[in-house]
Ligand binder design. Structure first.
Ligand code: PLP
Length: 388
């Protein structure tokens, strides 16, 4: 990887040390150009006319995202964010009273709220599978629950938003297949950070966002729906993109993942997200993953030896998301002070992960990407309190 070239292709690198990639990463020049040029074209010749002219780029989004995650283009839906992508899948599952949903302690709160709504309206039971002591989902406990029967869905995240762990998602996939159970994966923090291959993982449904490690525009996301399950799922909303109206009183849903889309969309964002997926594929996910994990290790090691700093990461295979506290200093104050010095980090709070028994009140979250440097990590260390 030519880091200098990558950084000169990322205008934001000139103004900030951006260690908030789990929030929203800095987009590379080709993504910026694709989005701004399409919006400029819309303002010049008209929105419909611009979509016609750039139809190939709009369509290319499906191939680009499918290529990145080992899917087929007809298994990809463009959705405005990961939450809606996940919702369209989750609320399409024909749950009945007594169905069991198995999830993890690290589950994201938006997903947990949806489980609770489904429990209240359809009488499903939501069961949080215990962790290994390191914080990842216990595969033995998961298997024991699957053996009991009645499980309609296994639903978890690949990388939680608030700690450094990576769940053993392929092992979970193997268990789901053995027991014939539907598997929904929230891959918001992993797509663009780690190699994510839907066939290796064995998930049936996967949601992701554009703005995080994929380096795409905000307000974009996608849903992967395995060919074999699409016909068993009825999205909660259908429009004239998702279905055909056999007027006056019939309709037919699309037979591919487009049944989860709506017609109106952020077209420039769709083009930009396709470009972002291409950009990641061109650099190569194995190289990206290696660089992210290497920088995160450097950061963890530096924090670990620092007096007063506690690194809070869980798991056996740490990701690019590093959370920590500094004795006697509020995370929000640390974040604000860092920002004043041109260093971006974020704060994670228990509001986003209410099941987690390991949770701390709040913590600083520094998340590295491949375009970051050791120098930027040093800049963060130099603006942490306690350095005089
Ligand atoms: C950010 C995040 C989401 C939500 O993504 P949006 O694009 O904001 O909808 C879901 N799950 C996890 C684990 C996340 O980190």
């Amino acid at each position: 990887m030519d880091i200098d070239e990558i950084r000169s292709d990322t205008p934001g690198c000139a103004s900030v040390a951006h260690l908030n990639n789990a929030g929203a990463a800095l987009p590379p020049r080709p993504v910026i150009d694709a989005v701004t040029e399409h919006f400029a074209l819309e303002s010049t010749i008209g929105g419909y006319e611009a979509a016609d002219r750039n139809a190939a780029a709009v369509q290319h989004f499906y191939d680009a995202v499918a290529g990145l995650i080992g899917a087929h283009a007809d298994e990809i839906a463009y959705v405005e964010n990961a939450t809606r992508a996940w919702d369209m899948a989750f609320y399409a599952i024909p749950f009945t009273n007594g169905d069991r949903i198995l999830t993890t302690t690290s589950e994201y709160s938006s997903n947990a709220i949806a489980y609770q709504q489904m429990a209240a309206t359809k009488g499903v039971s939501v069961e949080v599978v215990p962790d290994e002591p390191n914080g990842t989902i216990s595969l033995d406990a998961l298997e024991a629950e699957l053996v009991k029967g009645g499980v309609r869905l296994v639903s978890l995240n690949h990388i939680p938003t608030h700690n450094g762990l990576v769940h053993p998602v392929a092992e979970v996939g193997r268990l789901c297949r053995e027991h014939g159970v539907l598997y929904l994966l929230d891959a918001c923090q992993s797509v663009g950070q780690l190699t994510v291959d839907v066939n290796d993982i064995g998930c049936d449904l996967l949601s992701a966002t554009g703005r995080k490690f994929l380096r795409g525009p905000r307000g974009t996301g996608f849903l992967y729906v395995r060919r074999g399950v699409v016909r068993t799922l009825e999205p909660p909303f259908l429009d004239l993109q998702a279905a055909t109206w056999n007027a006056p009183d019939g309709f037919e849903m699309r037979q591919d993942a487009v049944r989860f889309e709506t017609w109106e969309r952020y077209v420039a964002g769709q083009i930009g997200l396709g470009v972002a997926a291409d950009y990641a594929s061109a650099l190569g996910m194995p190289a990206i993953e290696k660089r992210v994990l290497g920088l995160a290790r450097t950061l963890r090691e530096a924090l670990a030896v620092r007096p007063g700093v506690t690194v809070l990461d869980k798991g056996v295979r740490p990701s690019g998301i590093v959370t920590f506290t500094v004795d006697g200093h509020e995370p929000f104050a640390i974040k604000a002070a860092a920002r004043e010095h041109g260093v971006n980090v974020n704060v994670t709070s228990p509001i986003s992960h209410g099941y987690d028994p390991h949770v701390v009140p709040s913590a600083v979250r520094a998340s590295v990407h491949y375009y970051n440097t050791e120098n930027e990590i040093d800049r963060l260390l130099s603006v942490l309190p306690g350095t005089a």
